[in-house]
Design a protein around this ligand. Structure first.
Ligand SMILES: NC(=O)c1ccc[n+]([C@@H]2O[C@H](COP(=O)([O-])OP(=O)(O)OC[C@H]3O[C@@H](n4cnc5c(N)ncnc54)[C@H](O)[C@@H]3O)[C@@H](O)[C@H]2O)c1
Length: 268
């Protein structure tokens, strides 16, 4: 099964680190030209550098996905540089604080909703018109298993990822007859900065013990890798997924299927 993106253009947000970087690199390895978007300029330039070093083509655009002027600018840069947008990985996100709802800080709630919901909305708002003009395109929004089931201690994050699934279903129906597909990927815990931040917040004195508990509670016994999420994103953006739209695709080592056990293991 070959996935070939030669001649295609992929825009990836949150591409300076973690899942976004792994996916940007995977798109480039499969032949796509990549627009690397992030507010982290050092990491973003590094991702574009890795792609070029491997013989691929990439441009970095600094953007805060919560600001519509920045979003317009990354879309314009993609069109001005490469002429079209075939694949859009709408992925930038933040975890926020680990606190129960009764203690959750209001400003933190706004920040998480701002990046994870408004940022995803703005990406769709400004990329979809280009895809509608082209009458083609594939979008993958990064939700989470936290968009499907509860995670006590992450009220803003869980609300935001449920919202990403709502946006995915809504836009999928709106654009399906125009040759555009919109899906969501739902990672479980992935070995990136984000999961290590949560380990640290849950147990500042012994984050490694949280990592052990989390992984022990996963049927496969380990975190998913960023590259394993990238594999799903590339599949969903490829012609192999030609009639797949409006769906949520879980990549979580079996975690959601065994939710009760996982919830118990995650309790403090
Ligand atoms: N790591 C996990 O366990 C996990 C699980 C499920 C879902 N996710 C989701 O995967 C996505 C990627 O997370 P990751 O694990 O790679 O984390 P990460 O922190 O390594 O990467 C997130 C990237 O998003 C960027 N970003 C954050 N806010 C931004 C903003 N306002 N504008 C532009 N860029 C911004 C960061 O600079 C960073 O490069 C997120 O949406 C996250 O919620 C992660």
């Amino acid at each position: 099964m070959d996935i070939d993106f030669t001649g295609k253009v992929a825009v990836v947000t949150g591409a300076a680190n973690g899942i976004g970087r792994a996916t940007a690199v995977a798109f480039a390895k499969s032949g796509a030209k990549v627009v690397v978007v992030d507010r982290d300029a050092v990491g973003g330039e590094a991702t574009a550098g890795i792609i070029r070093q491997q013989g691929g083509e990439a441009v970095f655009v600094a953007a805060d996905v919560t600001k519509s002027a920045d979003v317009r600018n990354y879309v314009k840069t993609a069109i001005d540089t490469y002429g079209h947008i075939d694949c859009f990985f709408n992925n930038a996100g933040i975890e926020g604080a680990w606190k129960h709802t009764a203690e959750y800080d209001e400003d933190m709630f706004d920040q998480v909703i701002g990046v994870n919901v408004k940022g995803v909305f703005l990406g769709l708002r400004h990329v979809l018109p280009e895809m509608l003009r082209q009458k083609s395109g594939a979008v993958v929004n990064t939700a989470s298993v936290a968009g499907l089931v509860a995670t006590p201690g992450m009220p803003a994050y869980v609300a935001s990822k449920h919202a990403v699934i709502g946006l995915t279903k809504t836009t999928a129906g709106e654009v399906a007859r125009s040759g555009i597909r919109v899906n969501a990927v739902c990672p479980g815990p992935v070995d990136t900065r984000m999961i290590h931040s949560l380990e640290q917040q849950i147990s500042p004195d012994d984050p490694a013990s949280v990592a052990r508990r989390y992984q022990a509670a996963m049927p496969t016994g380990r975190y998913t890798t960023a590259e394993e999420i990238a594999n799903m994103v590339l599949f969903l953006c490829s012609d192999l997924a030609g009639n797949i739209t409006g769906g949520q695709y879980v990549v979580d080592g079996g975690r959601t299927a065994t939710g009760g056990a996982v919830t118990q293991a995650m309790e403090r």
